[in-house]
Design a protein around this ligand. Structure first.
Ligand SMILES: [Zn+2]
Length: 460
């Protein structure tokens, strides 16, 4: 018995060490007070106040802080774009001019994170001219950003979109010029010639502009650098590839300080994990040996069960794809999730909504949490997966994912108790991103622009 216990502790050790020593993590090059951009690129920037002026107090509610502690009656105090304090109910330690919002009967939790989306993929019945047009692609992204905000999601990881669309969306949200969650973008998905997403790819394909076909290790490196040049926060790779190609791309990304997530199946997953991939997307088939290797190396996973159940419910299978040649069922997908859970692999929430499935939000997001519960998570553990664990997978757990002093002020307020009934997550009342109230009374709140005086008139 004792031997078993020691063995299981030893089995955990490599994953703990690995999680803390990811070669791409730039945090180790900065001292605690260095100011950097609040994204995965961590670019140094001048110090100074950030976020809206003043103190915002959410009192009278229950706080589920995302750390794994049970929800408690407490008051959340935000100052500018940071969490200032979580106060015991009854304590009123804030400045007299603070704005106070009564959230009685509500639960306050960290803003939700979606680790897998495609903000600009087209929808059914859109003419191909509009599907491939960057203007239409941008407008689709603007609409979906709103759907996410209205669902309580304050951060999205875009795992492949056209051209520079996700980077522009990221910038406009950051500068408060359009409402939306924080955007962390990969840029183009990189795959081998004719690989996933590139089957028959031509300028008249819906995904044209979102996929970078690459051939040979040098070209895979170059594709990573192209995305880095465009502004990538992380790199997304997809099968097919050779061992040499995936290893070259991961090495290049890590050298540039970027994490790599991989969309692959069967033996390709093993090759990506051997090469140092940080996470694996989707519930696609993999052996127990590969699951064990993921666990040993601290590789994360974003299983996206919901979208794979939609594929099954709407089409009965994954038909017509040369990159998905294996048996497919909802049960097999759930089994992959269960096996990863049993192996101790840390998993995060991603919806991967394509087609017109964005319109299922917020239900789709909640359904993903329910799949986690079906695989053995408790309800609070599923909420931690959606917040703290997803922030860790993103690589921003020092800034996002929990309501602790110093964290960025990304907050969700729902009526009810989502830690006891996940469907209460749909009752979105208030959303705060970077200290700004972006949803109030359940509706997107866009402040009026601050009018600038006209220039003084010149003499005629
Ligand atoms: Zn995807």
């Amino acid at each position: 018995m004792k031997l078993v216990a020691i063995t299981s502790v030893l089995a955990l050790l490599p994953s703990l060490l690995f999680a803390q020593t990811r070669p791409e993590d730039r945090r180790r090059f900065f001292d605690e007070n260095e100011v950097t951009t609040d994204d995965l690129r961590r670019i140094p920037m001048p110090p100074g106040p950030r976020g809206p002026e003043g103190v915002l107090v959410l009192r009278g509610g229950r706080v589920f802080d995302g750390t794994g502690s049970p929800a408690i009656a407490a008051t959340l105090v935000l100052e500018r774009n940071q969490v200032k304090a979580v106060l015991e109910a009854g304590v009123t330690d804030w400045p007299a001019d603070a704005r106070i919002i009564d959230v009685s009967g509500h639960t306050v939790l960290p803003g939700l994170i979606d680790l897998h989306t495609h903000l600009d993929y087209t929808e059914p019945n859109v003419p191909i001219e509009q599907a491939v047009n960057p203007t239409d692609a941008t407008l689709r992204g603007v609409e979906r950003l709103r759907f996410f905000l209205e669902s309580g999601v304050t951060s999205v990881r875009d795992t492949g979109s056209k051209y520079d669309v996700p980077f522009r969306l990221k910038q406009w949200v950051r500068d408060n010029r359009i409402p939306g969650p924080r955007v962390f973008a990969a840029g183009q998905l990189i795959t081998g010639t004719g690989g996933h997403g590139a089957e028959g790819l031509s300028p008249r394909s819906q995904l044209y502009g979102a996929i970078r076909e690459a051939s040979g290790p040098d070209d895979w490196r170059e594709a990573v650098r192209e995305n880095f040049k465009n502004g990538a926060d992380f790199i997304k790779l997809s099968s097919h590839y050779t061992r040499e190609e995936v290893a070259a791309a991961i090495d290049e990304a890590h050298t540039l300080g970027l994490r790599v997530t991989v969309d692959a199946e069967t033996f390709y997953i093993g090759w990506a994990v051997e090469a140092g991939a940080d996470s694996i997307e989707h519930p696609l088939p993999r052996t127990d040996e590969v699951v064990a290797m993921m666990s040993d190396r601290g590789v994360y996973s974003v299983p996206t069960l919901t979208t794979y159940s939609y594929i099954f419910d709407l089409s009965g299978g994954y038909y017509g794809s040369t990159s998905r040649r294996f048996s497919f069922s909802k049960q097999a997908n759930l089994d992959v999730l269960r096996r990863m859970k049993e192996a101790g692999i840390k998993m995060g929430i991603g919806t991967d909504l394509v087609m017109d499935w964005f319109r299922f939000l917020p239900s789709s997001y909640i359904s993903e949490l329910e799949w986690f519960v079906e695989a053995g998570y408790t309800l609070p553990e599923a909420l931690v997966a959606a917040t703290k664990d997803s922030a860790e997978i993103l690589g921003l757990d020092d800034k996002l994912g929990t309501l602790e002093p110093g964290k960025l002020a990304d907050v969700l307020v729902v009526s009810g108790r989502p830690d006891e009934d996940l469907r209460d997550l749909a009752n979105v009342e208030i959303v705060i991103r970077d200290g700004h109230i972006v949803i109030e009374d359940g509706r997107v709140f866009v402040p009026r622009h601050e009018p600038v005086p006209e220039p003084p008139a010149r003499e005629r």
